[in-house]
Design a protein around this ligand. Structure first.
Ligand code: ATP
Ligand code: MG
Length: 563
């Protein structure tokens, strides 16, 4: 199916800068961006914003965009994450110009560091971590120089070589830039460039026992790749002077520039990889791709389409001011996409048996049901109809309040695309629970219209009991019950605010027979209920459906109220 293209991305301030640079011929008319994940977790919807921006800008402006793994911290990184990141970027619909790793630059980064030492722009400091912290000063007080700051260049060169050779334990020395301990910007107070870590790296193995700091590796990796616009989130704004200092001191010719935008914040979820890892490791969710997770793999399993995620990213836009996006807006994007393309089917989540007492015992007929009213080409299908049916338990009330228009004793409703039925009897078990309804049907209403113009106020979905396929349905709700679980007002941990009802499993659902052969990941609208997709846990004869999103569009309602 070829989805319609989403709304064109408006020209945000990043795109305006790129266009301006192109008009002026800056960077020799080139546009090169990169998406630089650290392979220490799975990508989430926040990353999707950065992916859409970096790949989008490059695509639209005929530039290139690299996928660069920022793998400078061996302790937390893993190939599992590398593989998942590639899968997720690809699934979102983007193609990288090159797959690159900061670790491939370790030798060049080391040589850059040697150059800095040689030019008296870096030194080996032998203070320990606590002492370095004590010398750093505060926001209001300047820092103090390390006693090792003025050690001879030759001594720093020798120590740095021996750090690399593995002569020292972790923490014995660090390489620091020699900038300004009195700078009002703490990032410029002789920041660490290299530290000793005797740890195996997922790509370089034991070749290195010193590893570059992110703030050092990132700008130089950009420069090595000839990135023109290095786009990152706002928290790096204060790091830009260091970015420029490194690039200005080490790079000849065209230099990359860093631009910062506001990260995506979404309510009712957490987005830090550390917290997502905690949810997985402590078993609060099944895995990174649990359909309740805000990860790309979780959203995919939940039934989100790549188009809906790209549409969401285009709608929220790119700006410099922090804000929190309502998760209802994400739900709006998937609803809109699935409304256009998901075939409609009937499935009953909580079945209540209905026997049509005046319908011939062994008769089965096939009624024509429209596949998708939004898509004239989708056609119709045949759905079997017979004497014993299931309807939704919620669609019946023995003693209905005034505004309940669905089925109740003596009331008439329409069964979708089939007949009008009237409830005549309610059968109960010994405990008084309703187990079955007896109804009559009106043969003159076949197809769902009455020849005498009689009106009914409700149309119910249904399945024929003898033909239905039993399925499991998993209903998901928000993972957290408060809007901002990371900053819960009572000072509790985000884990204290998990929604205990975020997953409800219904094991006795009944679906129309056309669903019997549904493929993993296939998406449907269950009429009147919502959008559902086939979960990979499904087995032949034992399908499992995830509810992607319900039909009710709270976001549209809110937007309408605000209008
Ligand atoms: P952590 O959660 O560990 O702080 P991170 O989410 O920043 O890490 P990275 O792998 O460093 O993870 O992120 C890769 C890129 O995605 C970076 O350029 C980062 O700025 C961007 N990014 C991360 N989170 C968001 C977000 N919520 N919104 C927009 N961009 C994001
Ligand atoms: Mg980061």
């Amino acid at each position: 199916m070829n989805p319609e293209p989403g709304p064109p991305a408006p020209v945000d301030f990043i795109r305006a800068i790129v266009d301006d640079d192109l008009a002026k011929g800056t960077h020799h008319g080139r546009v090169a961006t990169r998406f630089p994940p650290e392979p220490n977790g799975y990508l989430h919807i926040g990353h999707a914003k950065s992916i859409c921006l970096n790949f989008g800008v490059a695509e639209e402006r005929h530039g290139i965009c690299n996928l660069r793994f920022d793998d400078t911290n061996p302790a937390k990184e893993d190939v599992e994450y590398v593989d998942s990141i590639k899968e997720d970027v690809r699934w979102l619909g983007f193609t990288w110009s090159a797959e690159l790793y900061a670790s491939d630059y370790f030798e060049r980064l080391y040589q850059f560091a040697v150059t800095l030492i040689t030019r008296d722009l870096a030194y080996v400091d032998s203070l320990n971590a606590d002492e370095i912290r004590a010398h750093r000063g505060t926001l209001t007080e300047p820092g103090r120089n390390s006693p090792y700051r003025d050690r001879p260049i030759a001594e720093s060169l020798d120590l740095f070589a021996r750090m690399r050779a593995g002569e020292f334990p972790d923490g014995a020395h660090v390489l620091r830039a020699k900038i300004d301990m009195a700078s009002p910007n703490i990032n410029m107070r002789d920041p660490a460039l290299y530290r000793i870590r005797h740890a195996s790296h997922h790509r370089t193995g034991d070749a290195w026992c010193i590893y570059p700091m992110y703030d050092y590796a990132h700008p130089l990796s950009d420069a090595i790749e000839k990135i023109t616009h290095s786009i990152c989130t706002l928290e790096f704004e204060d790091h830009r002077p260091l970015y420029d200092w490194l690039v200005d001191n080490l790079i000849e010719g065209d230099k990359p520039h860093q631009y910062e935008f506001a990260r995506l914040n979404l309510n009712y979820t957490v987005m830090s990889k550390r917290k997502l890892l905690q949810l997985v490791q402590q078993g609060h969710v099944a895995d990174w791709n649990d359909p309740r997770m805000p990860t790309i793999s979780g959203l995919r399993r939940r039934g989100y389409t790549p188009e809906s995620i790209r549409d969401f990213c285009a709608r929220i836009g790119v700006a410099k001011k922090e804000n929190v996006i309502d998760v209802a807006q994400l739900e709006h994007s998937i609803r809109e996409d699935l409304n256009k393309r998901a075939p409609r089917v009937m499935a009953v989540l909580r079945p209540l048996k209905v026997v049509l007492t005046n319908y011939p015992e062994r008769q089965v007929e096939e009624v024509d049901v429209i596949n998708n009213p939004e898509d004239p080409n989708a056609g119709t299908r045949k759905v079997p109809f017979s004497r014993v049916l299931y309807i939704e338990r919620d669609d019946f009330m023995e003693e209905p309040p005034k505004k309940f228009f669905r089925l109740s004793p003596g009331k008439e409703v329409r069964l979708r695309c089939a007949y009008f039925i009237t409830c005549t009897d309610v059968l109960k078990d010994a405990a008084g629970h309703i187990v079955e309804l007896r109804c009559t049907y009106d043969p003159a209403t076949r197809g769902g219209d009455s020849p005498d113009g009689r009106k009914v106020k409700a149309t119910l979905h249904w399945v024929s009991a003898a033909h239905a396929v039993p399925v499991e349905v998993r209903l998901y709700d928000r993972l957290f019950s408060v809007e901002d679980p990371e900053n819960a007002p009572d000072g509790k941990s985000f884990l204290d605010h998990m929604n205990p009802k975020s997953l409800e499993v219904l094991r006795a659902c009944q679906a129309e027979p056309s669903l019997a052969g549904a493929a993993i990941a296939a998406r449907f609208q269950f009429e009147r209920l919502g959008y559902f997709c086939v979960d990979p846990d499904s087995r032949p004869g034992a399908l499992v459906f995830n509810r992607t999103v319900s039909l009710r569009d709270t976001w549209a309602r809110i937007a309408q109220q605000q209008r």
